[in-house]
Design a protein around this ligand. Structure first.
Ligand SMILES: O=C(O)CCC(=O)C(=O)O
Ligand SMILES: [Fe+2]
Length: 336
């Protein structure tokens, strides 16, 4: 039986973030009402739930594959130190081990010149990882289609053209695993310092609370309550750059699971969709809704590949210490 059936409840008395629920079953890209909700959520909080229940067989498979990845996670992090060092994150351009398990799309789909297949446990789950990447990509593509429609982008300028599964990119699966701590019960322990995501879209599955967002204009952190059968989707910095600030990449962080959930290790499974490596991260042409550049505004010319590399290097220096978050800034505007 998977862990989700036996979890201690999420406490009732917490400050909860008001995420909209977007139904994938409709589906987003052809249902105008749903598409408008998607656009509003992407401009507003930059975070929403995606209800994957009652969708097609494909989404049913995605949800059961996510269960399999949750089952794999503790074993993935339990391999020997020696094995972990072979795949040290800092030596492999951000793919591999350390505190976060990061698995590159290009490696799994054999699109890198020198793919890293990782330790035996990943090799044994190769077809699961491949299928998960393909499903996550297709969910993200539906979201990109909905956003492109709402922005009024023609097929020629669509966001989809900048995120092709066949092209090299920084896309990755990230598995996080935070063991329980023996520290004082109730003590708030930071698991992942405040940050925005680097890429375009993040598809996140977690079962225990701990994820928090700082809604625009507020000073209090709000918990995001995990919901069964739903992914949490958030937009990253690339979307802010493409739309000159129209869409939002919101600050978030992960603290200890609340209440009695703190007694369990916390796992999350994320798929980060990032623009194709050679995409320039700048304001898109072709939409009247995307604000024009200010008169003296000059955009930096940087490709997605260089941007991600730059943010990754900075992040490695300060990810786990909230006091250094300003050094790792992306496009985030705090409490704006
Ligand atoms: O674990 C979570 O719930 C969120 C993780 C996250 O924000 C990230 O990996 O960027
Ligand atoms: Fe994140």
């Amino acid at each position: 039986m998977s862990q989700s059936n036996e979890l201690p409840p999420f406490p009732e008395n917490l400050l909860i973030a008001p995420l909209r629920v977007i139904s994938y079953a409709k589906p987003v890209a052809v249902d105008l009402e749903e598409e408008i909700k998607l656009f509003q959520a992407s401009k507003g909080l930059g975070f929403f739930y995606l209800d994957l229940q009652h969708a097609s067989k494909k989404e049913e498979t995605l949800l059961s594959d996510v269960d399999r990845l949750f089952d794999m996670a503790p074993r993935f992090f339990a391999i020997s130190q020696e094995e972990k060092e072979k795949y040290d994150l800092t030596k492999n351009n951000g793919h591999g081990y350390k505190t976060l398990g990061q698995i590159s799309k290009d490696d799994i789909l054999s699109q890198s010149p020198h793919p890293i297949f990782g330790p035996a446990i990943l090799q044994n789950h190769h077809s699961l990882l491949r299928r998960y990447i393909e499903s996550a990509q297709s969910v993200h593509t539906v979201i990109l289609q909905g956003l492109s429609n709402q922005l009024g982008l023609s097929p020629e300028h669509s966001l989809i053209n900048l995120h092709r599964i066949s092209q090299p990119s920084g896309d990755q699966i990230r598995i996080t695993y935070a063991p329980t701590s023996s520290s004082t019960p109730g003590e708030q322990r930071m698991k992942l310092g405040e940050h925005t995501d680097f890429g375009s879209l993040s598809l996140l599955f977690n079962r225990l609370g701990g994820l928090q967002v700082l809604p625009p204009g507020q000073t209090a952190w709000h918990y995001v309550r995990p919901m069964k059968g739903h992914a949490i989707v958030n937009l990253g910095d690339a979307m802010v750059k493409f739309t000159n600030g129209l869409l939002r990449s919101n600050i978030h962080r992960v603290v200890s699971p609340p209440g009695s959930q703190a007694s369990l290790p916390r796992v999350s499974i994320v798929y980060f969709m990032r623009p194709d490596d050679d995409t320039e991260l700048k304001r898109l042409e072709g939409s009247e809704l995307i604000p024009a550049l200010a008169q003296n505004q000059v955009e930096e010319v940087i490709t997605a590949k260089d941007w991600i590399q730059r943010r990754f290097v900075m992040r490695m220096k300060g990810f786990f210490s909230p006091e250094t978050w300003t050094q790792t800034l992306g496009t985030e505007a705090r409490a704006s």
